[in-house]
Design a protein around this ligand. Structure first.
Ligand SMILES: Cc1ncc(COP(=O)(O)O)c(C=O)c1O
Length: 293
């Protein structure tokens, strides 16, 4: 049986202290809960070390600043807390979730005097984000009716809770229709990303990926771009129309949770049909990279 997240043993770093997992509670009246006034990070530790921990913390603080949340700790304190928590939980490989939110002292949308809370939780359940059999065969995607909004509608570079409603709706749409994931287009109708990952498309030695001008430029995305360029691939960032999907041999998703995940289909377009397995090679290369650094 799957462990629930509300009831498990262990520790959570909560406002500067380690407290027991089951005591990490917050009042139901909370601006974070009611208005999604919150930001978070998603990170992975391999062999006890968080991959790009400093970069994730920098993004955490940038996200907070973007939505006007002032984190009452230094970046060094957060980095140290993450490390100590992983040790305290006795984990080697785990997912790391820093979270900052506006608390319960006020209701309404005025945030000038809101209390800010910060927590960090870690868990080892997400060995792979998707089921192993789906990772082997590749995911099936359906195009979501929900679109990534224009950059002047919501701050897209912040990993803020609010915009995740678009991802939740898209993911539910995919699952209700029997698919593993959703492809989200942007407000222009161009290919954007999946619900918690960026997208890459392969055609022989060329790898294409959309320009992140209205969605998160993932840390994994940036890592993979550098990795494939170092391997001599021609990496092309450009605007990609959905009807161009017919031109590609392979498609994969990248994200901290998803790592590199192959895609077998998007709507009626099929990939990985021949014996081409560049994606599977990249999955191995990425693993080597994150476990060695
Ligand atoms: C919507 C969305 N896009 C992209 C990503 C990939 O980002 P990263 O590689 O930094 O985890 C994530 C995961 O955080 C995400 O939630």
């Amino acid at each position: 049986m799957l462990k629930t997240f509300e009831n498990r043993e262990g520790w959570i770093w909560y406002d500067g202290k380690f407290i027991e997992w089951n005591n990490a509670k917050s009042h139901i009246i909370s601006q974070g809960l009611h208005y999604a006034s919150a930001v978070f990070e998603g990170e992975r530790a391999y062999n006890g070390t968080i991959f790009k921990s400093v970069e994730h913390t920098q993004r955490f603080f940038k996200s907070a600043e973007t939505v006007g949340i002032k984190i009452p700790y230094s970046q060094e304190e957060i980095n140290q807390a993450k490390e100590e928590l992983i040790k305290k939980m006795n984990y080697k490989d785990c997912y790391v979730r820093p979270f900052a939110w506006r608390g319960s002292n006020l209701m309404g949308l005025s945030t000038t005097h809101s209390n800010i809370h910060v927590s960090i939780a870690v868990w080892d359940d997400w060995t792979t984000y998707y089921k192993l059999e789906d990772m082997k065969d590749g995911l099936s995607l359906i195009t979501s009716p929900w679109k990534r909004p224009p950059p002047d509608s919501i701050p897209f570079e912040a990993k803020a809770s609010g915009p995740y409603l678009i991802c939740t709706l898209s993911k539910s749409f995919a699952e209700e229709n029997g698919y593993n994931e959703a492809l989200m287009l942007d407000y222009r109708g161009l290919i954007a990303e999946a619900t918690s990952s960026n997208i890459f498309l392969i055609k022989e030695k060329e790898i294409h990926t959309p320009i992140p001008d209205c969605f998160l430029n993932g840390i994994t995305r940036q890592t993979v771009i550098e990795m494939v360029k170092n391997q001599g691939y021609n990496l092309i960032e450009r605007y990609i129309k959905p009807e161009e999907l017919k031109n590609f041999d392979e498609v994969f998703l990248t994200g901290t949770a998803a790592e590199i995940t192959p895609v077998k289909s998007i709507d009626s377009y099929k990939f990985l049909t021949g014996d081409k397995s560049t994606t599977f090679q990249f999955m191995k290369d990425y693993r080597d990279l994150v476990t060695k650094s």
